[in-house]
Design a protein. Structure first.
Length: 344
């Protein structure tokens, strides 16, 4: 677990509270890597990479990049992704039942190559006041992300892959077999239903991720994940530190909780994954507890408490686990509850 910056530590606390209430069999190896809090060094970065080599999986918050130049162009966030070769970022943008937006019933996937392009940190000041940035895109890595997108679409039963580019200005070596579209910001806002899976280079992915998140409720509700051949990292879909909310108990934990649920599914903990995701979605659907970004007045703590209250909604059907202690041979701390087939 890397809590990151901004509201990241608060959102991770929410995850730990929910995991504890749901009896999730996961123990986090927690590392604090932050440039803005002066908790970043090569030693800490190596510790995180070593931990990842053991677990293969991580849950991370936004590691914010300070604006001032410190002699190293590549941020720690970028260097971590490079060391782990996290080439594919996946953001599943899906409408949440119970929360109405301009476009409802949306369900599209944004796949972004995130090791090349404008974020390669290949920059220099060629003359005073003139910055040159090299945008490197290679055939090998373009083909790799394209294969990932088609494999993902096939595995998930998706029907169409759209490659997003700026070929009217920049000649692509890009994707064969996909429908092609120049950077579709306007089309995405006007009619997002025409898209299914979108695959694109780094910068365009950053833009489209945030734009698409806004279509279903904002940065606080969309989960994301990044993959290499070996590792899986789960994070918020729209990477935003939300620094103005730090310490105010107002951040929306939905995206981080759904990312954590996706992590559990990746770890084959299907029961716990569904338990948490269903509880989060029920809170949104009922609509009584809404954080400020969704037009309500509830706090982060209110939302987490409501999620925990919804983890075992059918307690009442059989009197809760407490009423089962009289069953001969039944051990409530070890066995599954026969009423809901879940752990106690």
């Amino acid at each position: 677990m890397l809590p990151g910056d901004g509201v990241g530590p608060e959102l991770m606390h929410a995850v730990k509270e929910v995991f504890k209430a749901a009896s999730v069999p996961v123990v986090f190896d927690e590392h604090h890597l932050s440039e803005v809090q002066n908790m970043a060094s090569e030693e800490k970065l190596d510790q995180v990479v070593d931990s990842m080599k053991e677990s293969k999986v991580a849950l991370i918050g936004k590691i914010h990049t300070p604006m001032e130049y410190k002699g190293e162009l590549a941020s720690y966030d970028m260097r971590l992704r490079r060391k782990l070769d996290l080439f594919a970022n996946v953001v599943h943008v899906k409408s949440l039942p119970g929360y109405k937006t301009r476009h409802n019933n949306l369900d599209l996937v944004i796949i972004r190559e995130q090791t090349e392009g404008e974020y390669s940190s290949l920059e220099h000041e060629s003359a005073k006041g003139v910055i040159e940035c090299l945008k490197i895109i290679t055939r090998a890595k373009s083909q790799r992300i394209a294969k990932f997108a088609f494999d993902y679409a096939t595995k998930k039963g998706r029907s169409k892959v759209t490659a997003v580019h700026k070929a009217n200005i920049i000649s692509p070596c890009w994707v064969r077999g996909a429908s092609h579209l120049p950077l579709p910001s306007v089309k995405l806002v006007q009619n997002p239903y025409q898209f299914d899976v979108l695959v694109m280079p780094n910068l365009y992915g950053n833009i489209i991720d945030n734009l698409a998140a806004g279509l279903v409720g904002g940065a606080g509700v969309v989960p994301g994940e990044s993959y290499s051949a070996e590792y899986a990292v789960f994070e918020m879909g729209a990477r935003h530190p939300f620094a103005q909310a730090v310490g105010r108990n107002i951040a929306n934990p939905t995206a981080m909780l759904l990312s954590a649920a996706n992590m559990l599914r990746h770890l084959n903990l299907e029961f716990h994954s569904n338990l948490i995701a269903d509880a989060v979605k029920k809170v949104i659907k009922v609509g009584k507890v809404r954080t400020r970004d969704l037009g309500g007045y509830s706090t982060t703590s209110d939302f987490v408490k409501s999620v925990i209250d919804n983890l075992h909604p059918h307690y009442g059907a059989h009197g809760g686990h407490g009423g089962l202690r009289h069953i001969r041979g039944f051990h409530p701390s070890r066995d599954s509850c026969p009423g809901c087939l879940g752990p106690l």
